[in-house]
Unconditional design. Structure first.
Ligand SMILES: Nc1ncnc2c1ncn2[C@@H]1O[C@H](COP(=O)(O)OP(=O)(O)O)[C@@H](O)[C@H]1O
Ligand SMILES: [Mg+2]
Length: 618
């Protein structure tokens, strides 16, 4: 049955105001969005002092005053015109945009759904001028340098939209949260917020430590770690809360990219993964983190509200953020447990694969090779203590049998390139010792090699997983006894809906009751990992990254997480043969893939560099 056809209408250009009203649906979906747009305009205008006055949750009135550079009277109508902006003028500007706004549609959209007046005065103007949003008439007015945007009766002319608004208190809550977000990013600006005539918040100009303490409270201020790390074009700074400052809800997570508050799955995921070892799954970490990078490396024009971003190299960003936060968190572990290289007690009881040298050895050494060892250079102090790992090459080789079977099925690119490698030339040399459970020190012909053990192992595993998936040759390890665990409805649903994706990754996770999942197989490369933890992580990633998309767009992030969770942890003591095995694998992997994502895994200190330290030969 056909529905009755409506009469054909001619195609017409929509009137400007209607276009703005349509756009308003996206840009200013509720009062807090208006607050955000106006605050961003004030900051873009260089304001150092901003006042926000709200009435009835912002629905009745939002008035924001700043002391920024103001708008010249003749420009006032343009400020309210659609697609008019002073912030960009070319595609090149757009790709390098450093201001918060650039779309030139906020004021036009807001004006189309409210009674708006804008009063402004520049430094060289004799007096302020005011423009009426509906008539666009400009009249002289009074006031100091800066701008006041007064928005009254939001959505008065779009009752449908108005109906969707919640109670005044709820709307006010959203507005206050927006002010907090922006105030956290800009401690160099003072903010005050009043609601129905009462002052709710007032933050004076200060530095980020104090600003974040006053906004997030003592709980956070007393249990946080400062962080400031850079790598190439990336810099991450701010504070991460200790596990004691974690919360039952994810409401103290503030992430900024180039000063812009964002909610980005990738970043949230990277931070959460870093907390993996120290936080139970049902607790949410608190943090205030800023990621700064060249604006050209991130697209902020993904959504009109600009709350989502897209990174040019998302894997590198994920890795960098993950590692920077992990390191910050690991520092406390190191201090609180002393510098002993013993395995850290893991609060969540996860990571059992780092225990037991035999198992660990298999985990760390994947495709088997006869690992050349420099026998003579290991003093007795490097003899593996009571763990029974033989140190001679011959005995050591015997431990590989299991892995060799796995290795045989790997794509050739990942096989150690022994044929191209002169047998007496090992670029990364031979292990001498391990430093603070983090670095391997090795000697090669040039001098000293420093290897970040976790990063290196992670990289190797990552390449192996990627290779296996690329070749559709993910080896599966069936579990003799399936691992069953209690799962919530979301986990069970995710497992059921994504069987194909899970299979492609080498997982067999089946629902055996509405609340129980059984892991029946895992990827062979990860077989030493804890099956339950692994299954939970994979399900979480699959759900978060969106089902089958995980294998396409988000594949590398997922593999990165898997590799990272399985890679040897900091503070693990490795035996010399283990360290050498890692070096040999790195040589094979580096050659297999020259592109160097994220941070480096090793660094060379030449003898001449060392000589310089001691003023030798000068
Ligand atoms: N508080 C303010 N102080 C100075 N200029 C402002 C202010 N708010 C808006 N403007 C001017 O009005 C223009 C339009 O603002 P808007 O519609 O928010 O678009 P956008 O911020 O994307 O440029 C801005 O480009 C800016 O030149
Ligand atoms: Mg704007």
């Amino acid at each position: 049955m056909n529905a009755p056809l409506s009469p054909i209408r001619a195609i017409q250009q929509l009137p400007d105001n209607l276009i703005s009203q349509i756009a308003a649906g996206e840009v200013v979906e509720r009062p807090s969005a208006v607050v955000k747009e106006l605050l961003e305009n004030a900051l873009d205008a260089g304001a150092t002092q901003i006042t926000v006055r709200l009435e009835q949750g912002g629905v009745k009135r939002i008035a924001i005053t700043d002391n920024g550079r103001g708008i010249a009277p003749e420009q006032l109508p343009l400020a309210l015109a659609r697609h008019a902006t002073s912030k960009i003028s070319s595609l090149h500007d757009l790709e390098n945009v450093a201001t918060l706004g650039f779309r030139g549609e906020a004021l036009a959209s807001i004006a189309s759904v409210s009674q708006l007046t804008l009063t402004s005065r520049t430094a060289d103007a004799g007096h302020a001028s005011e423009i009426d949003g509906s008539t666009l008439a400009v009249t002289p007015s009074s006031g100091a340098q800066g701008t006041t945007v007064d928005v009254q009766d939001l959505y008065f002319n779009t009752p449908a939209r108005r109906k969707f608004l919640k109670s005044d208190q709820t709307e006010f809550g959203h507005c206050a949260e927006v002010v907090r977000r922006i105030a956290l990013a800009r401690p160099d600006v003072s903010f005050s917020l009043t609601h129905n005539g009462k002052t709710v918040d007032h933050w004076i100009i200060t530095e980020i430590g104090k600003r974040s303490a006053s906004i997030l409270g003592n709980e956070f201020a007393n249990a946080r770690l400062a962080l400031d790390e850079g790598a190439g074009p990336l810099r991450l700074h701010g504070f991460v809360g200790l596990p004691t400052a974690s919360k039952a809800r994810a409401d103290a997570q503030y992430f900024y990219v180039n000063g812009r508050f964002v909610r980005d799955k990738l970043l949230v995921h990277a931070v959460r993964a870093a907390y993996q070892d120290v936080l139970h799954g049902d607790r949410y970490p608190s943090y205030v983190l800023g990621l700064d990078l060249d604006p050209a490396l991130v697209d902020v024009n993904v959504h009109p509200s600009k709350i989502e971003v897209r990174f040019r190299d998302s894997r590198a960003v994920h890795q960098f953020v993950f590692h920077a936060v992990s390191r910050a968190l690991a520092q406390t572990s190191a201090t609180s447990f002393g510098a002993t290289p013993a395995p850290l007690p893991s609060p969540s009881g996860a990571m059992p694969w780092i225990r037991g040298s035999q198992e660990h050895l298999q985990a760390i050494l994947q495709p088997g090779v006869q690992v050349p060892q420099q026998q003579t250079s290991f003093g007795p102090q490097f003899a593996p203590a009571a763990n029974g790992v033989a140190q001679t090459t011959a005995n050591y080789g015997a431990l590989f049998t299991d892995n060799q079977r796995v290795a045989a099925n790997y794509p050739t690119a990942l096989q150690p390139a022994s044929q191209t490698l002169p047998s007496d030339d090992f670029p990364l040399g031979f292990a001498l010792a391990q430093l603070h459970g983090i670095y391997i020190l090795a000697q090669n012909t040039k001098g000293l090699v420093l290897v970040d053990m976790h990063a290196a192992h992670e990289r190797i595993l990552y390449e192996q997983l990627k290779g296996a998936l690329d070749e559709d040759a993910m080896q599966v390890q069936p579990l003799l006894i399936p691992v069953t665990f209690f799962a919530d409805a979301v986990e069970v649903g995710t497992a059921e809906e994504n069987q194909e994706t899970l299979h492609a990754l080498g997982f067999d996770i089946a629902a055996i009751s509405p609340t129980t999942l059984a892991v029946r197989s895992v990827p062979a490369l990860l077989k030493n990992a804890d099956a339950q933890t692994l299954a939970r992580d994979v399900l979480r990633d699959v759900r978060e990254f969106g089902g089958s998309r995980v294998l396409v767009e988000r594949r590398n992030e997922l593999l990165g997480t898997l590799a990272c969770h399985t890679a040897v942890r900091a503070n693990r003591s490795l035996t010399a043969p283990e360290m050498n095995a890692l070096l040999r694998q790195m040589e094979a992997t580096e050659r297999a893939d020259q592109c160097n994502h994220g941070r480096p895994t090793w660094s060379q200190l030449a003898l001449s560099d060392l000589d310089k330290l001691f003023l030798r030969g000068q």
